[in-house]
Design a protein around this ligand. Structure first.
Ligand SMILES: [Zn+2]
Length: 311
């Protein structure tokens, strides 16, 4: 069930639940898997949430009804999973599927197709998908899965709601929030340090690229030790997660006393931009282990944040 991924995939979980509850189902989703081996399971838990009548009416999580079971067994007629046949996903397969789906247009029933390795769409099949994305049919939802979104054409990307899965297997943390809460409760990270991090983020959100000129004053004089830098990145992550929380209509998880500043950052960023920032922090945090020069690290952070503005 979707609820099982609440802790491991807090961002995707919130985006999906939010869309479902507000009845803002998109016609096309793109799941960026980042090599997460459970990606298909996560996608299927979402599919069950959308298709299972119990979920939809009660807005609760169905435990195991017949409908959900047929989905698990891949016997559900209105769900098709498309995998490459040989090297490519063939256009014929998509045409056939689209014909089949439009034939059985029983009103009200949602139909879903999942393309598991969307980077294996050849030109003809990509065009066929694009046509569907441009003129979506009522009640049909397309779900594309790809390791990295940049493997797909911009024209496809721009028409999908993009959901980036975290690869929780890489840093073997079971519960992300637990880990972060431990850091927050760590005595070494006192309130003053946390404030410096928040000041840095707020400064960046106001001044953008110019922040590069103020890093000494804002960051380097406080953060030199590798361990402290790693913790600072975790706090930065949490801060942006709280911005994402309010952007998705949820309450603030940790930084209650900074609600005004969070609100400003929220207005400054689309949800996709926030997710981009969160992913950037996660990615660069990995580099801290390898003794990356801290000047370089922060320059990179800001330059990558800037790049995300065009996302
Ligand atoms: Zn069910």
């Amino acid at each position: 069930m979707l609820d099982d991924y609440k802790d491991q995939q807090p961002i995707v979980y919130k985006m999906l639940i939010n869309a479902i509850k507000k009845n803002r189902n998109s016609h096309a989703y793109l799941f960026e898997t980042h090599g997460n081996s459970k990606a298909l399971e996560i996608v299927l838990s979402f599919v069950k949430y959308v298709l299972c009548p119990k979920n939809y009416s009660n807005r609760e999580f169905c435990k195991n009804c017949n409908q959900c079971k047929t989905i698990d067994d891949n016997n559900y007629i209105e769900l098709k999973i498309i995998k490459p046949d040989g090297l490519w996903i063939k256009k014929e397969e998509l045409t056939e599927l689209q014909k089949e789906f439009s034939k059985k247009a029983i009103t009200g029933n949602k139909k879903i197709y999942i393309i598991t390795e969307a980077d294996k769409l050849n030109q003809a099949s990509a065009n066929s998908i694009l046509k569907f994305l441009e003129e979506p049919e009522e009640n049909i939802i397309a779900i594309l899965m790809v390791e990295n979104k940049y493997q797909l054409l911009d024209t496809i990307l721009s028409r999908c709601q993009i959901l980036s899965l975290l690869n929780t297997e890489k840093n073997n943390s079971n519960n992300y929030y637990d880990k972060i809460n431990n850091i927050i409760n760590n005595e070494q990270i006192d309130a003053e340090i946390t404030n410096k991090i928040i000041e840095f983020i707020n400064f960046y959100e106001k001044n953008g690229i110019d922040t590069l000129l103020h890093l000494q004053k804002l960051w380097h004089q406080y953060f030199q030790d590798k361990k402290i830098i790693a913790d600072a990145f975790e706090i930065m992550l949490l801060y942006y997660m709280d911005v994402l929380n309010i952007s998705c209509g949820y309450s603030i998880n940790i930084f209650d006393s900074n609600s005004k500043e969070l609100e400003l950052i929220k207005n400054n960023n689309t949800i996709n931009q926030l997710i981009y920032k969160i992913n950037t922090i996660l990615k660069l945090k990995e580099n801290i282990k390898f003794n990356i020069n801290s000047n370089l690290l922060m320059d990179k952070l800001i330059l990558e944040f800037e790049e995300g503005k065009n996302d």
